[in-house]
Design a protein around this ligand. Structure first.
Ligand code: C2E
Ligand code: CA
Ligand code: CA
Length: 593
């Protein structure tokens, strides 16, 4: 017997196999680091191989998918419903060239379908025809693209648009205004002393302030407007569709108020003033970049001044608004300093010329400017809401005077108090009135609240509720300046109103023309038919008084009887008047007395 030993040197083979394994491993590793899913399938669509991203994208583990049909992942590839050849499918779906990408739907293990981008290439391995597909999850991709786009146009801290998006929006606003008319205001604001706050309270607090400022601005952009963060503590606001410069002024003041509200930081209130620079299209520039630059120029010129907080690119505008701001601050100070005072104007009954009441009219006794009449400051007080504290002061003060008159033996006098629209919309007005009456323990019926038509015209149900609440207190209600609004007496009938005050304009027209007489006569008759009393305002001549008497008007008020007087003068007027009171027959129509 012989033994034949055959020995073979396998060094090379093992090395080659190792190298092959290593290469496969490397390829595998590369495939697994690719974000896209990579699959290899045969002509029947059976999945031969997949990388790790397939697990991530589709939610299956690789052992679950390898060996199954590709239709599990990409239902569109259900080759069994076609001719069984994925090649034909691909050829039909993508045209003759394989490898061109297409968007198809993917199906996740949890049943959700989502868009994927698929590229296919053909792979010949010996005689077999295989295909590799690269699958990109578009849902991830889209979110990412949107996020990138968002970040390019927004400030991540406040989520506001950044300068580039603002410029784009401003461009749209300007284009629109060029066609449709109207003004566009560009405001640039910067928080005064923000750096100090940031340094002393910390970045977290600083960020809170910036986010809160952003929120306030974003809520006040108006229709189609844009708020943006330009840099650090610099913000911008574009407001469009403004009718005229007056509206620009009001908008700017409103934004200033919004920014001036205290910030709640770490449980304490913090007031941070904002400086603002304003430019207006088309006056201060035609191009978005010019407007933005001019607003910034205005801001920087404001910052150089110690006190100013608003700067218009056009300085005349600055002046008008600053003047109003000064007035606003002065009104507040005047209230605290007790510079307001009530004057009283007598009201008499036409039948016997007896004194029946007085209207309280506010005056501002200014230390330098002297006595200022309400038309100079009531409108600003109305707009800024200061009328609410001022009006409350008027109410209390009027009741206090009435109490004094009663104490002096002047009983039976009625006290007229003007109520502004803003006050009328404050829900606590009835409480305020009740308190004033109780404090001075006066007769509620002696208090006569003068309301205007426009107040009664607004919002039917709320108005009715408010009027009922006031009437319930027992006070009298009058409609001031009647005839200047557009309300009809028939409309006012449903309100618990006692008296109509005929506006001065109709009284003035009494001795001018026939129309004036017809209107005054009609108002008086109508009021009476609705059981309302009438009082004519601004009666300056005996002729006017005589005519009003003839039409049956109940009472008059005006220079003929007396001008509004300070409290002390009013009292001495009353003393003299009572002894002077003349009966009506002495009056003659036609002016000669
Ligand atoms: P009003 O309520 O119509 O007050 C009557 C105004 O006519 C008063 O002006 C009065 O001085 C003036 N007047 C009175 N008789 C005559 C006259 O014979 N001829 C002429 N040409 N004018 C006469 P005043 O005091 O300057 O008040 C102006 C307006 O300011 C008032 O109009 C009223 O709307 C408002 N107002 C005055 N006081 C207050 C107040 O305490 N609160 C509120 N909310 N408004 C007030
Ligand atoms: Ca009045
Ligand atoms: Ca009036």
């Amino acid at each position: 017997p012989a033994v034949l030993l055959v020995g073979r040197d396998t060094t090379e083979v093992t090395a080659a196999m190792r190298a092959l394994a290593a290469r496969e491993h490397r390829i595998r590793a590369i495939m697994d680091t690719v974000m896209d899913g990579i699959v290899t399938i045969d002509e029947e669509g059976t999945l031969l191989n997949a990388n790790l991203s397939v697990e991530r994208i589709f939610g299956y583990s690789l052992t679950e998918v390898v060996g199954s049909n590709i239709a599990t992942l990409l239902p569109d590839f259900d080759t069994r419903q076609r001719d069984g050849s994925i090649y034909n499918y691909l050829a039909n779906s993508f045209g003759t060239v394989i490898g061109v990408g297409a968007e198809v739907m993917g199906l996740r293990k949890d049943g959700a379908s989502f868009p994927v981008h698929l590229s296919v290439s053909e792979l010949r391995v010996e005689k077999r025809r295989l295909f590799t597909g690269t699958i990109r999850d578009l849902s991830e991709n889209r979110q990412l693209a949107q996020r990138v786009d968002y970040l390019a146009n927004h400030d991540p801290l406040t989520d506001l648009p950044n300068r580039s998006l603002l410029t784009e929006r401003l461009d749209q606003a300007v284009t629109h205004a060029r066609e449709a008319g109207g003004l566009v205001a560009v405001m640039v604001a910067d928080l005064d002393g923000f750096t100090t706050v940031n340094d002393s309270l910390g970045h977290e607090s600083g960020n809170l302030i910036l986010r809160e400022t952003a929120r306030r601005l974003a809520q006040n952009t108006g229709a189609g407007g844009t708020a943006a963060r330009l840099a650090g503590d610099e913000f911008a606001l574009v407001v469009r569709g403004l009718a005229d410069l007056a509206e620009v002024g009001r908008t700017v003041e409103h934004i200033r108020d919004v920014l001036a509200r205290p910030y709640m930081i770490q449980g304490t209130e913090l007031t941070i003033a904002a400086d603002m620079g304003i430019a207006v299209y088309p006056r201060d520039g035609e191009q978005p970049l010019d407007l933005l630059r001019n607003a910034e120029v205005a801001l920087h010129s404001v910052k150089r001044l110690a006190d100013a907080q608003l700067g218009f690119f056009d300085t005349s505008m600055s002046f008008a608004v600053t003047e109003r701001l000064t007035l606003e601050r002065s009104i507040k100070a005047a209230l605290d300093a007790g510079q307001f005072e009530l004057f009283f104007q007598p009201q008499v009954r036409l039948g016997d010329f007896r004194l029946v009441g007085a209207e309280a009219l506010i005056r501002w006794r200014h230390p330098e400017l002297g006595v200022i009449t309400p038309d100079k400051f009531i409108p600003v007080a109305e707009e800024t809401g200061l009328i609410v504290p001022v009006g409350a002061w008027v109410l209390r003060s009027a009741c206090r005077h009435l109490r004094q008159w009663n104490d002096l033996g002047l009983s039976g006098l009625r006290m007229g108090v003007n109520i502004s629209g803003r006050q009328f919309r404050e829900n606590n007005l009835p409480d305020l009135v009740a308190e004033a009456i109780a404090e001075e323990s006066i007769d509620a019926a002696a208090l006569d609240l003068e309301l205007t038509e426009s107040m009664l015209m607004a919002d039917g149900e709320g108005t009715l509720k408010m009027l009922r609440a006031l009437a319930h207190l027992g006070v009298a209600l009058s409609i001031d300046d009647f005839g200047t609004g557009y309300s009809s007496l028939a409309y006012l009938k449903r309100f618990p109103v006692n008296t109509i005050k005929i506006d001065r304009a109709f009284v003035r027209d009494l001795d001018q023309d026939e129309d004036g007489r017809v209107i005054a006569n009609a108002i008086i008759s109508l009021a009476h038919s609705l059981s309302m009393k009438t009082i004519a305002e601004g009666v300056e001549s005996e002729t006017q008084a005589a005519m009003l008497a003839r039409y049956g008007c109940d009472e008059i008020q005006g220079y003929l009887i007396g001008r509004p007087l300070p409290a002390a003068d009013f009292l001495s007027f009353v003393g003299k008047y009572e002894s002077l009171a003349r009966p009506l027959p002495q009056l003659h129509e036609g002016g000669e007395t």
